[in-house]
Design a protein around this ligand. Structure first.
Ligand SMILES: CC(=O)SCCNC(=O)CCNC(=O)[C@H](O)C(C)(C)COP(=O)(O)OP(=O)(O)OC[C@H]1O[C@@H](n2cnc3c(N)ncnc32)[C@H](O)[C@@H]1OP(=O)(O)O
Length: 417
């Protein structure tokens, strides 16, 4: 008997969601369940049923994502993917991935699909490429100095911090800052209503001894210019010395003085000797403000995977750092409508991308386009790996196209989904 995906009905949500929880062996609170229930776009969610019982789940979320140049582009967020252990490795995931991409294409609104992967090996075969990575750090603040440039008088004047032990109480200030930083960095997600509650989720089981989530806001002349959400885990050594840790969950700022004030605050929290940050941009400015990078415990991990659903619309939706006029030969086995030659012409103001019969300058797969799309991975590096080929070596097409695809800031995904 074939089992095909179909759209979820709201009355089926609990049983459908339990398949997902079981696949992740997750516990959860009623608050989390209600949040995920309210954020599920039921009409875009798929399931597979066997003898009336759900055995597979996959959701889509209607996001808008910042791309190089600052546009915020409709993007299908792939989420809540699971297959019951009794039904794995029989192609159920593949059938849901195919149905999702066909549905997104048919709706014609979202040129991109994005996800974060439970395991990085799963999604490349469906055309998703690693487009943004994340930096983690464990900074020994007892040994590393934060060396901040002196703010100008105008910057320092009127800058105040307001702190709350209840992160939710400063929500409006944080959201005002967040909305303004979105277009500045590729990969940032504009907030849909309800998603502002996601960063505040703070179940006790995940605290591992730390305080509930706190918040500090930087205000200039009363207007919010930055915020950080964090928790403090105060610990003591056997000899009674304080050895606590600041766990940084989020930090956004609109200007360098606000940014510096927030880091200074976190650095100086009494009874702590480290800051642990799990998910920061690769080019986070604090990296240039420390006197000892070796004691900052940095590591880089994968974060956002991106897939052009419609190659032409996706490449036309972003801007390019340098003028580019190139024919790309794209291979896309999973979404064959993308396979073929595309002429991309663009610059820092915009772009067009249309099918063409002209000879190709570069050839690559759709996964490589996803990797390079936000400007975080260079086409030159992908060519070095043999994944992008210049059709006429020495033509300069690779160098010119790689330069055009770069982003002046590293792409970064602000939160999982
Ligand atoms: C965006 C998100 O939500 S990420 C969350 C993903 N979910 C989880 O990790 C929960 C636990 N795991 C699961 O529920 C399932 O094992 C899934 C969803 C990962 C895979 O579902 P399945 O129905 O078994 O996958 P399916 O049989 O369609 O496999 C398709 C292909 O992916 C491969 N694949 C499946 N799972 C994995 C994996 N964990 N690692 C590497 N490859 C995998 C299969 O080998 C197959 O490869 P092929 O194209 O070479 O034939």
């Amino acid at each position: 008997m074939t089992m095909e995906p179909r759209v979820l009905q709201r009355s089926e949500w609990d049983a459908w969601y339990d398949v997902l929880l079981s696949a992740f062996a997750s516990e959860e609170t009623s608050q989390e369940r209600e949040l995920y229930r309210s954020l599920t776009e039921v009409e875009r969610s798929l399931g597979i049923w066997d003898e009336g019982r759900p055995v597979a789940t996959a959701g889509l979320l209607s996001f808008r994502m910042a791309v190089p140049g600052g546009a915020v582009v409709p993007t299908a967020g792939v989420t809540m993917v699971s297959v019951a252990p009794t039904h794995r490795r029989r192609g159920l995931l593949r059938s849901m991935m195919r149905r999702q991409l066909e549905d997104v294409r048919a709706a014609g609104q979202e040129p991109l699909a994005a996800l974060t992967a439970s395991e990085p090996a799963i999604y490349g075969r469906f055309g998703y490429g690693l487009a943004a990575r994340a930096l983690s750090a464990r900074i020994d603040t007892s040994r590393v100095a934060l060396e901040l440039p002196a703010p100008t008088a105008a910057e320092a004047d009127g800058l105040r911090l307001r702190q709350s032990d209840e992160a939710a109480s400063l929500l409006a200030e944080c959201e005002a800052v967040y909305a303004r930083v979105v277009p500045r960095r590729p990969g940032m997600l504009a907030r849909r209503p309800g998603w502002e509650r996601m960063p505040l989720l703070d179940p006790e089981r995940s605290r591992a001894g730390a305080s509930p989530l706190r918040c500090v806001v930087a205000l200039r002349d009363g207007e919010p210019v930055g915020y950080a959400r964090y928790a403090v885990n105060v610990r003591w050594t056997e000899t009674g010395a304080s050895d606590g840790e600041v766990r940084l969950r989020e930090l956004e700022a609109l200007d360098p003085a606000g940014y510096a004030a927030l880091w200074r605050f976190l650095w100086d929290i009494d009874l702590t000797t480290s800051i642990v940050a799990g998910d920061r941009p690769l080019d986070d400015p604090w990296l240039h403000l420390v006197n000892d990078p070796r004691r900052c415990g940095t590591a880089v991990g994968d974060s956002l995977y991106l897939r052009p659903v419609e190659v032409g619309a996706a490449l036309a939706a972003r801007c390019y750092a340098a003028p580019v006029d190139v024919v790309l030969e794209v291979e896309d086995a999973f979404c064959p409508w993308n396979t073929g030659r595309w002429r991309l012409s663009g610059d820092e103001k915009g772009a067009v991308c249309e099918p063409t019969r002209d000879a190709a300058d570069l050839s690559l797969s759709v996964r490589e386009l996803g990797r390079a799309y936000l400007g975080g991975t260079s086409l030159t590096a992908l060519a070095g790996a043999g994944l992008v080929a210049e059709q006429r070596p020495g033509s300069g097409a690779l160098r010119a196209t790689a330069a055009a695809f770069t982003s002046e800031v590293q792409p970064w995904l602000p939160h999982g989904f």
